[in-house]
Ligand binder design. Structure first.
Ligand SMILES: [Zn+2]
Length: 415
């Protein structure tokens, strides 16, 4: 009996110490977690894929891996709310199972991104193929906005087909795949009707999800004020918000350089303004006067695809650095890629570092120097700070480590 008692004691001790073990402890970094209003030096511990502790001085004695984040910033894993990732091999299918989209893992972890939202590449007709082909084969968390067009972004002719805009089928598919579908997308419509917007809103209402609008290709243009005030609901998203193209109504008056009064009103009503940077959809001539007047985007996103990835956009960190260069603070910028987009897509379990949440974490350095930031029109400004991703942790596992700051390092293959 005595022997058994001793054995039991040791088993108990073993279990107790195991329960106390951390898989990762990140030491000495400056934590920015806008949801929890944290903006100071804090340690963070991860176990079983979850954040288990956020505190001033966490003991590393029982940590399997220790990350030295001194002088760096720790944030929730970034959410890029507008990307195009339905890659396929048929060039004629464009962004929808075509060659204009790109696969997510190649650009996400190296920039601190753990979640992307595909913005309407697929519609209700081909979402299952998108899921099987891309979502199920990516380490990045891929969520989706279903295009109101059943065939998705598969070329200009299909995108104009109002007969293929079916709110019921869209809502049905959204509900069937509710773990992945977070909204409905309208894009590239050149007609003069409100059909795509209204069908999308109908689908969004049926499935209780927001719509994202890429607006302004109609000829003659439809009114932006009418869109915000009469057609969209609180919680809907207006993307490409700092675009300035001849056939689109901009939010900043190009003559007076003042933001149109109905725009902050719409933001107050609950409409989210998303950057959706893209190839030609971001202009400093819009963003600078807007930010200077105190109008900030709700979410910063890339609109990454073959056409935008290597031009002035580059990656989400470059865009965030641009917004810092024109007057937003680091904390404000971090909010637009974490907690704000989490709320936009109604996934409030993401975009924060609360104890108990999934351990999606990004670690950054802020490089100081002279950096050039330009847009597609050639407008160039200089900035003194640039963000660089040091480490990305997805679901409690280190998936990217730029300079080997983890000890021991992860040196085997990442799959
Ligand atoms: Zn886009």
């Amino acid at each position: 009996m005595r022997k058994r008692g001793v054995l039991f004691f040791f088993i108990l001790v073993f279990h107790f110490s195991k329960a106390q073990q951390y898989s990762i402890v990140i030491k000495g970094g400056h934590l920015i977690d806008p949801k929890n209003s944290i903006n100071e030096v804090m340690d963070i511990a991860v176990t079983d894929g979850k954040i288990i502790s956020v505190a001033k001085n966490i003991d590393t004695a029982k940590a399997i891996q220790i990350v030295d984040a001194k002088g760096m910033y720790i944030t929730p894993g970034l959410i890029d709310a507008h990307v195009h990732v339905f890659y396929g091999t048929d060039p004629d299918r464009k962004y929808s199972n075509g060659t204009l989209s790109i696969l997510p893992d190649g650009f996400t972890f190296r920039t601190g991104v753990t979640t992307v939202v595909d913005a309407g590449c697929s519609g209700w007709r081909n979402f299952p193929l998108f899921k099987k082909q891309v979502i199920d084969n990516s380490r990045t968390r891929v969520l989706a906005l279903l295009n109101i067009v059943g065939e998705g972004m598969s070329g200009e002719i299909n995108e104009q087909n109002t007969n293929d805009m079916d709110s019921k089928m869209t809502a049905l598919m959204a509900r069937r795949y509710k773990d992945y579908v977070v909204g409905v997308k309208v894009a590239h419509f050149t007609g003069n009707e409100w059909t795509p917007v209204d069908e999308a809103v109908k689908a969004g209402t049926m499935a209780n999800i927001p719509v994202m609008i890429d607006f302004g290709d109609s000829e003659p243009p439809l009114s932006l004020e009418e869109l915000f005030m009469k057609h969209l609901r609180a919680g809907d998203i207006f993307t490409h918000c700092f675009g300035q193209l001849s056939n689109r109504e901009p939010i900043v008056d190009v003559n007076t350089k003042k933001i149109k009064p109905f725009v902050p009103e719409a933001q107050k009503k609950g409409i989210f303004f998303d950057v959706g940077y893209g190839q030609i959809s971001f202009a400093f001539s819009q963003a600078i006067p807007a930010v200077k007047s105190g109008f900030y985007p709700n979410s910063i996103s890339t609109d990454i695809h073959v056409g935008s990835m290597n031009n002035s956009m580059k990656d989400i960190l470059n865009i965030m650095s641009k917004f810092m260069a024109i007057g937003m603070s680091l904390e404000e910028v971090i909010k637009t890629v974490t907690w704000n987009p989490a709320k936009e897509i109604k996934h409030e379990e993401l975009g924060n570092l609360s104890v108990g949440t999934i351990a999606d974490i990004a670690i950054f350095s802020v490089r100081e120097g002279k950096f050039g930031f330009y847009d597609y029109s050639g407008y160039k400004i200089e900035g003194k700070k640039k963000l660089e991703c040091e480490m990305t942790i997805k679901g409690g596992k280190i998936v990217y480590d730029l300079n080997g700051i983890a000890a021991p390092m992860v040196v085997k293959g990442s799959r």
